[in-house]
Design a protein around this ligand. Sequence first.
Ligand code: GTP
Ligand code: MG
Length: 212
Amino acid sequence: MKITQAEFVISAVKPHQYPEDALPEIALAGRSNVGKSSLINKMIQRKNLARASQQPGKTQQLNYYRINDMVYFVDFPGYGYAKVSKTQRAAFGQMIETYLQNREPLKRLLLIIDIRHAPSKDDQMMYHWLKHYEIPVCIVVTKADKIPRSKWAKHVKMAKETLEADPSDPVVMFSSETGIGRDELWEVILASIESPAEASEPAEPLSELSAE
Ligand code: GTP
Ligand code: MG
């Protein structure tokens, strides 16, 4: 995927701040520090466009990045940060649920998990929300460079079992260090944002319509 344009657009707190140009959106969710921003940077081949939050757990915004005038990446705040208050946790849950329930341009959510750790309770809850709202998911298992390739399959199996993952959900191994998985993830994204018109069969020729 050749990146010709990539820009940060807005940190949205309320739905009225979400962009209104109806470009498809790909959201990213995962634990704080799992590697969401690094993954975005790798995907768009920029060192530092998506930044790690200065105060982990404090940010409650959705960060919008516009790529190639074709798609938005929507970086969710990381969850599971220990020092977050109950009120902040509730606000986070509300914001995410509002987005997931109502966001028509959302085409797929990338659930980012760390290959070294079993998915947390928060990961499981996020996954179940996505299934509940019937939002397409791609499970991205990142930091693959952190363990030997011979152990990948075992860790991925464990992650899928913990999430009770639907076998039809795509799973991509990824590393922001080595770039492994980048092409595969772009393929998943492009397939997800294809407009139905392009994806469907060509319309029947007019001559075959019966005249009534
Ligand atoms: P929050 O925004 O705080 O939720 O974090 P995040 O999920 O955006 O994580 P971020 O991309 O800031 O990465 C957290 C740390 O993990 C950084 O020190 C990254 O350099 C490191 N990291 C991210 N991805 C990888 C990876 O694929 N491999 C390795 N070895 N390190 C990674
Ligand atoms: Mg981040």
